[in-house]
Design a protein around this ligand. Structure first.
Ligand code: ADP
Ligand code: MG
Length: 274
């Protein structure tokens, strides 16, 4: 995290687009009551069971997690509960069993807003930009919790996504699908998150644009921000994943490294088209 080759030479003043984790720097919290073990994941939605309102449970004992330096990918059929699991981690639905722990702190009871303050960046699957606002206004909206000067962060985001700088004064709704997703990711990065959660960042874009977006996501991960993302392009996503989860009907069906899941006959047959 500290000697990141991707920041040097890009003129970034900050060490990272994200905030530093406190988990290794704070031994008191390491041994605190919410930290189950030294190697507890950085962000975990642990054994989550719950659904929407008074409706039936969608998630059943579902666990997703990500660690520093990692890209963790969640794949699975439509309606499997991937978005629901992300929303549960972000505090958008009630789980009645399980918990969410970020950087050693149990945040299960916090509102989504408070989770943003704690360092979560979340890009939902739909309605993830303000279409009538300009690109730059979208990024400014992303910085809503910041009281400090965020010009540096905006410059870093324009470095990462040069097309956004070019189109900074255009309404975000006029942009292409891939560019809109860049706006959405950029908006989430404006809070300098400790962890970034992306729900289908490549939805509806061409294969070429998908590859470009994956490259940018890898670049973000290399600045030290762990990434937890849902992807419908399962094979390509698992190729860049340090860790993968296959969810089926709200449950963990397969978990492993990206490589392991790509090599698993069962996973290949059922989810990767053979
Ligand atoms: N806002 C909602 N209210 C009630 N049920 C929902 C809502 N969103 C999703 N669901 C249901 O939750 C299940 C999982 O959906 P979702 O998490 O969106 O799946 P995925 O993202 O894997 O395609 C589906 O049965 C869906 O109908
Ligand atoms: Mg979804």
């Amino acid at each position: 995290m500290t000697d990141n080759p991707y920041q040097d030479g890009r003129g970034n003043k900050d060490r990272s687009l994200g905030r530093e984790s406190t988990s290794t720097a704070d031994p008191v919290r390491e041994s605190g009551p919410t930290r189950a073990a030294e190697d507890a994941p950085f962000l975990i939605g642990d054994a989550m069971t719950g659904g929407y309102g008074k409706g039936p449970d969608i998630l059943h004992d579902c666990t997703i997690a990500v660690n520093p330096g990692e890209i963790a990918v969640i794949v699975g059929p439509n309606g499997a509960g991937k978005s629901t699991a992300m929303k549960a981690v972000f505090g958008m639905l009630n789980i009645h069993t399980g918990r969410v722990v970020l950087d050693g702190e149990d945040i299960t009871a916090l509102s989504p807003q408070d989770r943003v303050v704690k360092g979560m960046g979340f890009v939902p699957q739909t309605s993830n930009i303000f279409t009538s606002m300009t690109v730059e206004e979208n990024l400014e909206m992303g910085a809503f919790i910041r009281r400090d000067d965020f010009a540096d962060t905006m410059a870093q985001i324009y470095d990462l996504f040069p097309i956004l700088k070019e189109k900074r004064n255009q309404a975000a709704g006029e942009l292409s699908g891939g560019q809109r997703q860049q706006v959405a990711v950029g908006r989430a990065l404006m809070t300098k998150p400790k962890v970034l959660m992306l729900d289908e960042p490549t939805a509806g874009v061409s294969p070429i644009v998908m590859d470009e977006l994956f490259d940018r996501i890898i670049e973000v991960a290399r600045t030290g921000i762990p990434i937890l993302m849902v992807e419908q392009n399962a094979r390509q996503a698992l190729e860049i994943a340090d860790k993968g989860y296959v969810l089926v009907q709200g449950r963990n069906a397969h978990t492993g490294t990206g490589k392991e899941l790509l090599a698993d006959d069962d996973v290949r047959r059922s989810f990767l088209g053979g």
